[in-house]
Design a protein around this ligand. Sequence first.
Ligand SMILES: [Zn+2]
Length: 288
Amino acid sequence: MIIWCIGIILCFCNAGTFAASYAYDYNPGNSDARPEDWAQMDSPDNAQCGWANQSPIDLQTQFVSIQSRANSLSITNLRTMPENVVLTNVGHGAEISFEFANNDNMVVTGGPLNDQFIVAQAQWHWGTADCAGSEHMLNSQRYSAEVHIVTYNSKYASLGDAADKFDGLAVLGFLYELDDAAAPDFPSSVQGGLGGIPNAGDTTTVAPFALINLFRTEFFDYIAYSGSLTTPPCYQTVQWMVSTKPLKISSADLGALRSINDVNGSPLLRNFRPCQNSYSRALNGYYL
Ligand SMILES: [Zn+2]
């Protein structure tokens, strides 16, 4: 009987540990874990969610300082077909990772980056309505969705190792606008694969595609600024580069994103963090 009780307790402890790592929420009705509560959540490292260099922000182009075009952004293996593209339901979103033969990487350099950054994964953010799901806003306009290509400084061993280092991360962000008429820029193999990852922790492989297929061209205007992870623990370690030219997404793509469940088993209808105060942060424009 005692052993049985201990077994039950351990089970609850494990469940609690799992839940704690996903404890944050986007539901305005959840008064303990919604975005405005993140900084006060019990987990030890979430205080940065309340600091002054948070993301996302409303990018106002009138305040952008135009930078030199000499040092343009470069991404290795951008057009190389990976062996596998792995799609995962991470409980608060959908992510993909790229696996190459010989453990090769995609490396981002140039622009505002002083080091080499290795592409780790890409993730999407969306909303309850087709018209509002992006995290960043552009001139006070919210877009339909946003994809983040998350990279880490190659001087660190892994994404996890780099995440809390001041020069650890760089993220490329692309906004999507709703357009059911044009060919969407959302990969069809991801749209199809979302049906195979209904629950948190589910993972599947989808028909491989090169990274370039996520944003069509490596020549794009973007605004760079210093900010944070947009999810707890909100580390202020991200060099953001957000494209100013929205991609196209269809209503069917957005519906597929909304069809996956969150860590509680409820449909994940939205996963964008509201814009944070920019406190007049420097915005640097890298325009073609
Ligand atoms: Zn993200």
